[in-house]
Design a protein. Structure first.
Length: 396
């Protein structure tokens, strides 16, 4: 199993790329909790804090394609570092505003602005992996490893925030966000793969078309958004299940096991050589995700939640790996980063919608309702992905 990962990481610069990309993206795993705690402390309102976090997420989704297009046209180094610097300044302003008891509107606007300036490090990494690996098998393993790293991010980020708050305050945690964003991005840009970025002619940049000109990419966005909605519903449903079973602390355990299941599934997926066509594999994984999530509908105890949350996570990283590979194969040259940011925007939008819907149905539908929503959204994604037979003609 490890041999395929060793072959990926043995490529000169690959280990440094993955490690520095993890540091540069750590604020993504920290931001929601840190901003929530800071705004909650300043306003004494979880509702306002939730709006601030939501505004940041929607701003990220809305601005990501524009930033990705900027990376494609101006170059990675010229865009990423100024964005990180701007985001660090805005995090500092958010701390100052919270400590000076600024109004809720100012805090929400500043939170949204920090999300709008999120450096698109993850899309850049996925483009680089497509450039680094010529053979589809090696690329699939690299994308699977990238999906696993993403899960490490979601586990590590909240732990860093918890430590910062325990030994300091939410202001310290948000200040750390800005420092890690700037320092991590600078470290990421030191990668040899970024230093050797080929320059594109200005004339080529001026005529570059949007990534959305690809009908295959447009066909992929709806399933990605629906998949995100399914994940967002589970993210709300697992804490609800823990509370229903009478154990608030188990909320974190179930979410952590869900991510652990994704990591295990991603490592297994990347270690295999797949011969099935990529689009068909993606549809199968979406269908399998429904089957793996369905047992959560019947779960009522912590013991059942532990087993079912682990199972529900198994297909997440493989699904993401397939998504990355599909984007890499259908996007037009010169708009690769923008294409990956469109996929990220669709996923974030879906997560936000799924979280909102999952929370809304708990009252009338009970603790199982978010998992029903998740299965329905993912099943619809699988049905839409069936159209890939006619829109995406790619080899395995």
């Amino acid at each position: 199993m490890l041999s395929r990962y060793r072959s990926v990481l043995s490529l000169p610069g690959a280990t440094w790329l993955f490690a520095t990309a993890l540091v540069a993206r750590l604020p993504q795993g920290m931001a929601s909790l840190a901003v929530l705690l800071l705004v909650r402390g300043a306003t004494h309102s979880y509702a306002i804090a939730g709006v601030a976090v939501g505004a940041s997420a929607f701003a990220t989704a809305g601005c990501a394609p524009l930033l990705g297009r900027g990376v494609d046209s101006r170059g990675r180094r010229r865009v990423l570092l100024p964005l990180a610097g701007g985001q660090a300044i805005l995090y500092g302003l958010l701390v100052v505003a919270a400590q000076s008891h600024a109004g809720a509107g100012a805090l929400i606007v500043l939170a949204a602005a920090t999300g709008a300036l999120l450096p698109p490090v993850a899309p850049v990494v996925r483009v680089l992996l497509g450039e680094m690996f010529d053979d589809p098998d090696g690329r699939d393993t690299a994308y699977a490893l990238e999906a696993v790293v993403q899960e490490v991010l979601w586990i590590t980020g909240p732990l860093v925030v918890a430590l910062a708050v325990s030994f300091g305050s939410p202001s310290i945690a948000v200040g750390l966000l800005g420092a890690v964003s700037l320092g991590g991005t600078a470290l990421f840009l030191s990668s040899p793969w970024l230093r050797s970025e080929p320059a594109r002619a200005t004339s080529e940049r001026s005529v570059r078309t949007s990534a959305l000109s690809s009908p295959e990419l447009r066909a992929l966005l709806a399933p990605v958004a629906l998949t995100g909605a399914g994940l967002g519903a589970i993210e709300v449903g697992l804490p609800s299940l823990a509370l229903h079973a009478g154990s608030r602390p188990a909320s974190g355990l179930l979410l952590a096991l869900w991510s652990l299941g994704s990591m295990v599934g991603g490592l297994w997926y990347g270690a295999r050589v797949w011969r099935s066509p990529l689009a068909r594999r993606y549809r199968m994984l979406l269908g399998l995700a429904v089957l793996c999530t369905a047992p959560l509908i019947a779960a009522r105890s912590i013991a059942a939640g532990v087993a079912c949350s682990l199972l529900a996570g198994v297909t997440i990283a493989p699904m993401f790996s397939c998504q990355y590979a599909l984007v890499g194969r259908v996007v037009s040259e010169g708009s690769e980063t923008e294409a990956f940011t469109w996929v990220s925007a669709a996923l974030i939008g879906g997560l936000a919608a799924g979280s909102a819907l999952g929370g809304a149905v708990i009252g009338p539908g009970g603790v199982s309702a978010p998992f029903v929503v998740s299965c329905g959204a993912t099943m619809l994604a699988a049905l839409l992905a069936a159209g890939f037979r006619t829109t995406i003609h790619q080899p395995a």
